[in-house]
Design a protein around this ligand. Structure first.
Ligand SMILES: *[C@@H]1O[C@H](CO)[C@@H](O)[C@H](O)[C@H]1NC(C)=O
Ligand SMILES: *[C@@H]1O[C@H](CO)[C@@H](O)[C@H](O)[C@H]1NC(C)=O
Ligand SMILES: *[C@@H]1O[C@H](CO)[C@@H](O)[C@H](O)[C@H]1NC(C)=O
Ligand SMILES: *[C@@H]1O[C@H](CO)[C@@H](O)[C@H](O)[C@H]1NC(C)=O
Ligand SMILES: *[C@@H]1O[C@H](CO)[C@@H](O)[C@H](O)[C@H]1NC(C)=O
Ligand SMILES: *[C@@H]1O[C@H](CO)[C@@H](O)[C@H](O)[C@H]1NC(C)=O
Ligand SMILES: *[C@@H]1O[C@H](CO)[C@@H](O)[C@H](O)[C@H]1NC(C)=O
Ligand SMILES: *[C@@H]1O[C@H](CO)[C@@H](O)[C@H](O)[C@H]1NC(C)=O
Ligand SMILES: *[C@@H]1O[C@H](CO)[C@@H](O)[C@H](O)[C@H]1NC(C)=O
Ligand SMILES: *[C@@H]1O[C@H](CO)[C@@H](O)[C@H](O)[C@H]1NC(C)=O
Length: 797
């Protein structure tokens, strides 16, 4: 594996890169009023040795502010970046140590906007780029005590001489050429363990792919010796080494200077590199001295979902589990997806068992929680049980216990050590009949066509697949339990998340800090932000109002039923509280707000592909409520405000299952308040029975809103015809002028998909409920599996 340090070429060739004598430790003083520009020299401030520099470096077509190590031929290695996730800045920006003692970046695009590069308390009197690679600010010109130093805010790299203290972390960069936040982090936990995790997940022990095993030795810090490159965890009181991770180099006689650099790279490896400089000043060698994890197969997400890592000629590579194929063979981290069409699974009963068989793999393990566990069975029974259950796509068998799973599975690995199990995969043996094509709207397609559409669909679904499995935070096997982070989870531990938790009112009052931070108001009451487990876990607590006084038992039973609805497009209920007349629900916290905010308010409007993904997410969630639960659930209030975005931008439906608790007149009142055609199906006003088709109507409106990125009713439009979205869309469709619907700035819209989505939307909002498709048909149509016929005008009058 080649050396993969991030090396960039500077725009401005570094004029004089002479390594000054090692004795020259005198730092160059950067005084108040000095400034840098990306293109007009000076573009950087060098350290006395010339090996390090602080200033502007190029990224893509713009610039970033950072610190780099100067190498051969003007090649540079970025070791620190300021505000790394800000977009690159343009050439007419300036960086200045102002007369008032602040280090600020001024960008011309936003005239007058000053961005702090160093957030200091008190003002600086001078600054210095040190030979260690540390950029420091002092509050006096004698340069006594730094008031700010880049070493205290590492990004992806620590340098020799730099320490990492507890609770500090390094976060990988995105790619060789982009130093914004990537996908992995290494953190020195407060329990003393140095652990590597993928980012953006709960970070439970199974997610960890490296751990130093020094939990319980706190307080300690990670020290990186600048002269030997020794990387060790040191007791903070006695300064004795607890463990030496890399023992360092002894002889460096051949080189004038060696700079040690440890970087968490974009590929998830933590590499300790040495940069050797010879007497004539050239950097003669960059070498990787130490790398973790040593086994590349250990890096989480090296192989994506439904795949596993193995070796060929010492080169790691990924293989799909039986019955799946790579989503993109060149991008292993995307994982694999089933290579046969997903059947709609009703009641969990597989009536087509002859089409499937079970393939087994020995000594495997994976990291997700099963949806059901059967004890005291034989392997044969386990196979049979999985075959007869259409939800079962994989199973594990160990010690007479059979655990059934749905795909995707993650962290699948060959595990020759103890505790590994036999993995069972359901594979298709012969072609059986096509997935049932529902209702009259659809016409058949040839198998070949269906397959090619499927392939395309899989492409579209790629992005959603990436996040799919993460919905399960459920850790089943605690193999990486060398450390005890779990203890901090308190009483709502990982296992407890599988069952609904009954909270006391005072517990929730405390968790929400006395219902202090209101996240929003729903149709059933206000929602508050809260935390559990000493601030480790964010929750959303809903205080229900205007709820029918259900008997306690009924309410509990109902909550349990809702709590069992685990679907990746439904907001997860974690627990509830019943005390007197108080009814509270505890949900997972959705960090990215509502779809309404995203579509109508956010400066970062989702692009076309994201919007397709969101439409499918929502359709799948409603489909689940309508058809895959024991009794259908009518949501009654599908609208963008009730669709929430999780941290991976998956759309999830909230407030499901609550409609039945409403006061009898509540929905009516609500209807009245809504006034004209908002999201409510016309039958609400016609006093005819409400069915699941009412939700289909609301979904249709939401779908059109997603397509056009605007509200169903918008007064601020250029022509009166555009005020009511559904009418406008139908007119454009009838006049074959769909290009009018395209949102400004959407480059990648493909007209066929746009037309299909519009057609689905128009079918959904038919006045006549019977004409609207079921949600199952909607999903199949959106996935491109079934054809969509021409919709009639939605309104009959
Ligand atoms: C440095 O730059 C030169 C050309 O400028 C390039 O050939 C070389 O691969 C780069 N990297 C190293 C490590 O020298
Ligand atoms: C700054 O640069 C950007 C792009 O290079 C340009 O659009 C903008 O007009 C420039 N502003 C000034 C004040 O020159
Ligand atoms: C600067 O730091 C203080 C506290 O350390 C923090 O409250 C403040 O938000 C920071 N400001 C910026 C611009 O990051
Ligand atoms: C510099 O800051 C330190 C604390 O950070 C303070 O004790 C000292 O008085 C300051 N010196 C000046 C000249 O402001
Ligand atoms: C790192 O820790 C050592 C030991 O505590 C200390 O001497 C040194 O100054 C620290 N380095 C930095 C940059 O804080
Ligand atoms: C760290 O050093 C102190 C002082 O020698 C000692 O009392 C303590 O036990 C050490 N901590 C650990 C975890 O070894
Ligand atoms: C670095 O290692 C050398 C040689 O072992 C030692 O003399 C020196 O004190 C170490 N430096 C630090 C800051 O621990
Ligand atoms: C030092 O390194 C440079 C660049 O690699 C090389 O050209 C030069 O010959 C080396 N000098 C010595 C004395 O090794
Ligand atoms: C699906 O994959 C299995 C092996 O995993 C293979 O035997 C089967 O032929 C594949 N089916 C299709 C339709 O590609
Ligand atoms: C399987 O069940 C579906 C509906 O549940 C039905 O339409 C289909 O005919 C059944 N197939 C077989 C082979 O029984």
């Amino acid at each position: 594996m080649g050396l993969r340090c991030a090396i960039f070429s500077v725009l401005i060739f570094l004029v004089c890169v002479t390594v000054k004598s090692q004795q020259n430790q005198a730092s160059k003083i950067i005084s108040l009023g000095f400034s840098l520009s990306p293109t007009n020299p000076p573009t950087f401030w060098p350290s006395p040795s010339g090996l390090f520099a602080f200033g502007f470096y190029t990224q893509h077509t713009g610039f970033k502010v950072g610190i780099w190590l100067v190498g051969n031929n003007g090649n540079i290695t970025i070791v620190w970046t300021a505000n790394r996730d800000d977009p690159p800045i343009t050439s007419n920006s300036t960086l200045e140590l102002t007369r008032s003692g602040k280090l600020v970046l001024r960008t011309e695009e936003h005239r007058g906007e000053e961005k702090l590069i160093a957030n200091t308390t008190g003002s600086a009197a001078s600054a210095s780029m040190l030979d260690s690679g540390n950029f420091v600010l002092y509050n006096d010109t004698q340069q006594q005590q730094p008031i700010w130093q880049s070493f205290d805010f590492p990004t992806d790299t620590i340098l020799g001489g730099q320490n990492l203290s507890m609770d500090m972390r390094l976060t990988s960069h995105l790619s060789d050429t982009d130093h914004s936040t990537g996908q992995y982090e290494i953190i020195l936990q407060t329990d003393g363990n140095l652990v590597m995790y993928p980012l953006n997940i709960e970070q439970t022990p199974t997610d960890a792919y490296y751990a130093s095993g020094t939990n319980g030795y706190a307080p300690l810090f990670l020290s990186f010796n600048h002269s030997t490159g020794t990387l060790a965890l040191i007791n903070s009181t006695s300064f004795e080494a607890i463990i030496s991770l890399h023992s360092g180099l002894t002889s460096n006689n051949n080189y004038k200077t060696i700079i040690y650099r440890a970087t968490l790279d974009f590929d998830g490896f933590f590499r300790l590199n040495s940069h050797k400089f010879n007497a004539s000043g050239g950097e003669s060698q960059i070498q990787t001295e130490w790398i973790q994890p040593a086994n590349p197969c250990k890096v989480r997400n090296f192989c994506g979902f439904n795949s596993y890592c193995t070796f060929n000629d010492n080169q790691p590579y990924c293989l799909c589990v039986p019955g799946t194929d790579f989503i993109d063979p060149n991008k292993w981290s995307l994982g694999c997806d089933k290579n046969f069409s997903r059947r709609v699974c009703k009641d969990g009963i597989e009536n087509d068992t002859n089409s499937f068989d079970i393939t087994t793999m020995e000594q495997m393990s994976w990291g997700d929680f099963p949806y059901v566990e059967i004890m005291q069975v034989s392997m044969e029974d386990c196979k049979k049980s999985c075959l007869e259950d259409c939800n079962c796509e994989a199973a594990s068998f160990v010690d007479s216990t059979c655990r059934k799973h749905s795909l995707p599975i993650r962290y699948f690995e060959r595990d020759v050590g103890g505790g590994a199990f036999t993995a069972l995969f359901k594979v298709r043996v012969a072609k059986s009949e096509k997935p049932p094509l529902p209702e009259t709207l659809v016409s058949g397609r040839s198998k070949k066509e269906v397959m090619s559409i499927l392939v395309m669909t899989i492409g579209l679904l790629t992005s959603s697949c990436v996040a799919l499995a993460i919905s399960g935070i459920y850790v089943y096997k605690f193999r990486v339990l060398k450390y005890k982070r779990l203890l901090q989870y308190g009483n709502v531990g990982i296992m407890q998340e599988l069952t609904l938790h009954l909270f006391s009112y005072s517990e929730l009052k405390k968790a929400t800090n006395g219902f202090k931070e209101e996240l929003g108001k729903g149709s059933f009451g206000a929602v508050y932000k809260g935390t559990l487990c000493r601030g480790k876990k964010l929750i959303a607590v809903k205080r229900l109002q205007k709820i029918v006084e259900e008997g306690e038992r009924e309410f509990q039973a109902e909550m349990r039923a809702i709590g069992r609805r685990h679907h990746r497009n439904l907001v997860q209920l974690l627990g509830y509280c019943i005390e007197g007349s108080k009814r509270l629900l505890v949900y997972e916290y959705m960090s990215n707000g509502s779809l309404a905010d995203l579509l109508f308010k956010s400066p970062r409007r989702p692009d076309w592909n994201e919007r397709i993904k969101i439409s499918l997410n929502v359709a799948r969630g409603i489909h689940y409520l309508h058809e895959e639960c024991e009794a259908p659930i009518i949501h009654c209030d599908i609208k963008p405000q009730n669709i929430l975005m999780d941290e991976f931008w998956n759309a999830k439906i909230s407030d499901f299952g609550l409609a039945k608790f409403l006061m009898p007149d509540q929905t009516r009142t609500f209807t009245g308040a809504r006034g004209t055609r908002g999201y409510l199906a016309p039958e609400w006003q016609r006093n005819i029975p409400i069915s699941v088709k009412a939700d289909v109507y609301s979904y249709g409106i939401v779908l059109l809103e997603i397509v056009c990125c605007r509200r169903s009713m918008e007064v601020n439009v250029s022509t009166p015809e555009e005020v009511i979205l559904s009418n406008w869309v139908y007119n454009c469709f009838a006049e074959r002028e769909l290009n009018k619907l395209m949102v400004v700035g959407d480059e990648e819209v493909d007209m066929e998909t746009l037309e299909n989505m519009v057609k689905v939307g128009l079918w959904c909002i038919q006045d006549e409920p019977a004409l609207r498709p079921s949600m199952k048909s909607v999903v199949l149509m959106l996935e491109g599996i079934t054809d969509i016929s021409i919709p009639p005008c939605p309104t009959t009058y």
